[in-house]
Design a protein around this ligand. Structure first.
Ligand code: PEP
Ligand code: MG
Length: 883
């Protein structure tokens, strides 16, 4: 095997495509060198060596020593220097470089090759003794820390003592003689601490550094970083050994970093910073204030420090030329590192630059317009999830954050307002024109109004599919859920956070994109949906196969979703329509009625309200498909809780409080999620389903005649597990349809289908498809019932599962493809086997998750349906999945 890849002098063994073997840095150094750009020569020890190292008790392949020595000779030949040479020494840097960038997680050693002899040569060559001895002491410090395990504090202390003794404040005030003496003190200290002298043999130094870099793949920081960024351990790191170039060899030397386009706005402008007479680390460390690269940027920044363009016009011109070349070559915005050694420009790194979501859009669109990439590539380059940043107000990234708590990023966007602890207060405040954050332990369907009135929602319990999270996402309201470190005390109307107490009326900000809770009002940036955003969405739509619908039940949500490009409603949860003031009264009357007749009387009051809801939705959707789901939650959710509320409601309904209490108690269930809900309600009380079906049909006729576009409603029966359940309910729906057609003298086209949200439904899908004209996968319940994990209680332990590596991702957020996905795949196949062309969709929260959307494309669903604010994300994800 080839373990070592050389680069430099206008050629290279490797290429940019060899990232797996050479790591990102090594592959790009090879590529730049192959392009003939000025790259200091060197070589890359491959990731395969890393793998070998760990598979063989931390030892190297036996040929490695000879290969490295040979590569070192070649590096020296190109550089015109010799490693360890007493008159013209080659010094090298030794750096890690994995396939994916892991900034600062692994170890680096610079100035390697310096010893008591070569430092003299460096002093002679550079004509700068101070520089030479400063480099040597930096090397001793870095090497001792990284390779020998001696804390760098030890050396900082020595340096501080020296400076105190001399009565100086800054390192720059020390002279050559001081550094020379410090080197002796450093070396003596190393020997004292370790019992052996600091290694003088450059080869010994090199192998020590190589070993340290490979070992750092398994250090704590690196392991944690990999876990957070899903980087597999078996990738390993490469080691790059490269001739040193010095940006700190006087005032005609410099070092800097640059982006070929502005990484925060995406504007096509070289953007970067540099420092004269400094080493790379100094720019990043932020000790000195860096200077702008271009004159234009300097003027815009109002800086009085001269630009690179001004101080080194020749190197600048060459750099601009190379930056343009690299961008065209890689066909993407590049992040560059360079050093100028005595007027000579050297390129040290190039890679695709990190950028904000806004910049990503602009850059992709402009690269496509410049003809560097195709429109498809532009679409493929945008991370769908990042669109979230653009659809909501966000906290100004430059602002300071006074973080007082952390929860789940349940619904994106940021919001500021006064704390209120109840939905009633939220509504009152809203009516007075005050902005509030609704702070609850958890929310329930009764809080819908308060949630509507609030700017954002904060709960201390509940996960990503808790009531608060689902409803907030649906409304497009920022929400942080499950912020467990906060204590809400309803009685005293306070919230405790990290020892601070916040009262009703105190202003807080929540960041639903990060899960942070902040004290006070944070400055915000507003969304912008035209221009580049619109262009990418249009290009995405050209490449998309699946349709994208929305989960919506209010006209506001439906309109919002349409403006985001929704192509219909995939889930209208009708229960949300029963919580309005006068409706909840009729609903409760219905629940309290002890006969079918009583129920029908109450339902008759609800009918016109439901009908007008549906007319409005059908009108907004103007001929697009609308799926309406029959009542799903257990009835007790509509009843009051607690003695006080029961008394109040009883008075309002004109019934005895005791009767109401008993009915509430009778409806109590131990596991309401597995209880009397979904189609089980329709089987027990068919008159409810009949009322809803009638409202749907009458509305379809009315809206159809109003808009001139016929409405073909899709009626969806929830929680079916047994074919006969659906058969029973469908017979009632069909009977109502026949009645309505007769009464109105028109014909109606409609579909009756079911949700597949129970494992049994998936297993029996071929039989259910005999009755169902469409399936919509309700993956929230399907995940809950497949795992046997309560979606409302999961947050308390799923995070622990993730931390301990038991699961990689919350299955309520991203579809569990191996398990739940297998049921979806199977049910889709079985459904099609029985009913060719059966319409298939998904309406669980996963319908807006990019990875889950990709899976839906794979199994060939016809559409995905998601909350309004996720519609653009789903459009883009669906396009990418189809590309
Ligand atoms: C589901 O279970 O996936 C679903 C969409 O229904 P709900 O979230 O209303 O239970
Ligand atoms: Mg469900």
């Amino acid at each position: 095997a080839k373990w070592v890849y050389a680069f430099g002098g206008g050629s290279a063994d490797g290429r940019a495509g060899d990232k797996d073997l050479l790591g990102g840095k090594g592959a790009n150094l090879a590529e730049m060198s192959g392009l003939g750009l000025p790259v200091p020569p060197g070589f890359t020890i491959t990731t395969a060596v890393c793998t070998h190292y760990y598979a063989n008790g931390r030892s190297y392949p036996k040929e490695l020593r000879a290969d490295v020595e040979a590569a070192l000779v070649e590096t020296g030949r190109i550089a015109g220097r010799g490693f360890g040479d007493g008159s013209d020494p080659l010094l090298v840097s030794v750096r890690s470089g994995a396939r994916a960038s892991m900034p600062g997680m692994m170890d680096t050693v610079l100035n390697l090759g310096l010893n008591d002899r070569t430092v003299e040569a460096l002093a002679r060559q550079s004509g700068d003794e101070r520089f030479a001895y400063d480099s040597y002491r930096r090397f001793i410090q870095m090497y001792s820390d990284v390779v020998l395990g001696l804390d760098h504090e030890v050396f900082e202390e020595i340096l501080e003592e020296e400076k105190a003794g001399l009565g100086v404040e800054f390192d720059t005030e020390l002279e050559a003689g001081h550094w020379r003496r410090l080197v002796e003190v450093y070396k003596a200290r190393v020997e004292e601490e370790l019992g052996t002298a600091f290694p003088q043999d450059p080869h010994e130094q090199l192998w020590g550094a190589i070993g340290a870099v490979f070992s750092s793949w398994m250090n704590h920081r690196a392991i944690t970083y990999r876990r957070l960024h899903d980087i597999p351990e078996d990738w390993g790191t490469a080691v790059n050994v490269q001739a040193m170039v010095f940006g700190n060899m006087g005032n005609n030397s410099a070092t800097g970093v640059a982006f070929t386009r502005d990484p925060s706005t995406g504007e096509k402008k070289l953007y970067g910073e540099f420092l004269v007479n400094a080493q790379g680390e100094d720019v990043v460390a932020g000790i000195r204030t860096p200077q702008n690269i271009t004159e234009e940027a300097r003027i815009n920044a109002g800086s009085d420090k001269p630009s690179l363009e001004k101080v080194m016009p020749q190197a600048f011109a060459e750099f601009v030329d190379i930056a343009g070349k690299l961008e065209r070559h890689y066909r993407d915005m590049q992040d560059l590192e360079f050093t100028i050694e005595r007027g000579q420009l050297w390129m040290l790194q190039t890679r695709s630059g990190k950028r904000t979501a806004k910049a990503a859009l602009k850059i992709a669109v402009e690269l496509a317009e410049e003809g560097l990439i195709s429109r498809q590539e532009a679409v493929a380059r945008i991370e769908p999830g990042s669109l979230d940043q653009l659809l909501h107000p966000t906290i100004d990234p430059a602002a300071e954050r006074d973080v007082i708590g952390m929860g789940l990023p349940a619904s994106p966007g940021a919001a500021t307002g006064e704390i209120v602890f109840s939905s009633e207060e939220a509504e009152e405040a809203k009516a007075q024109g005050r902005k509030v954050i609704l702070v609850r332990v958890e929310t329930s369907p009764e809080d819908i109004h308060g949630m509507h009135a609030a700017e954002g929602i904060l709960t201390t319990r509940g996960g990503m599919t808790s009531h608060a999270a689902v409803v907030a996402r649906g409304m497009g309201k920022p929400c942080v859920s499950g912020a467990g470190s906060l204590r809400v005390d309803y009685k005293n109307q306070t919230m405790l956070a990290l020892g601070r107490s916040f009262s009703r009326g105190d202003v807080i900000t929540i960041d639903g994109s990060s899960g942070q809770v902040l004290a006070g009002a944070a400055p915000m940036l507003q969304p912008e949906l035209s221009g580049d955003f619109a262009a990418i969405m249009a290009w995405a739509d050209e490449n998309r196969r699946m349709k994208v619908r929305t989960n919506a039940e209010t006209p506001a949500d439906a309109r919002m979703a349409r403006s985001f490009g929704a192509e219909g409603i995939g889930l209208c949860r009708t229960e949300h329509m029963f919580f309005d003031d006068d409706r909840i009264v009729a609903m409760r009357e219905m629940i309290l009625a002890d006969s079918e007749q009583g129920r029908r009387a109450a339902l008759a009051k609800l009918l016109p309200m439901q009908r007008s809801d549906f007319v409005e939705l059908f009108e907004i959707m103007a001929g697009l498909p609308v799926t309406i789901r029959l009542l799903d939650p257990p009835l007790h959710e509509f009843l009051p809780k607690g003695e006080e509320e029961i008394a109040e409601v009883a008075a309002a309904l004109g019934v005895d409080a005791e009767v109401l209490r008993q009915r509430t108690e009778a409806l109590h269930e131990f596991n309401p999620m597995l209880g009397h809900r979904g189609c089980r309600l329709a089987v027990s009380f068919p008159e409810i389903a009949e009322m809803q079906a009638r409202a749907i049909f009458e509305a379809a006729i009315e809206a159809g005649s109003k808009t001139g576009r016929p409405v073909e409603p899709e009626i969806m029966v929830p929680l079916v597990g047994i074919m006969k359940e659906l058969e029973f309910v469908k017979a009632r729906i069909d009977a109502v349809a026949a009645d309505v057609m007769k009464e109105s003298g028109t014909t109606l086209h409609y579909l009756t289908g079911t949700m597949i949200e129970l494992p049994r439904a998936a297993i029996r899908a071929h039989v259910i498809a005999e009755v169902a004209e469409f399936f919509s996968f309700g993956t929230n319940d399907l995940t809950q019932t497949t795992f046997g994990i309560s979606r409302d209680d999961a947050a308390s332990f799923l995070e622990t599962y993730r931390q301990k590596g038991v699961i990689e991702q919350d299955p309520f957020v991203s579809l569990d493809i191996d398990g739940v996905g297998e049921l979806v795949r199977m049910a889709a196949e079985k459904g099609r086997a029985t009913r060719k062309g059966i319409k298939l969709g998904i309406c669980g929260e996963h319908g807006g998750d990019p990875a889950s959307v990709a899976f839906c494309e794979q199994v060939g669903l016809d559409y995905v349906s998601c909350s309004p604010f996720r519609v653009p994300i789903a459009r883009l994800a669906a396009a990418q999945a189809a590309l």
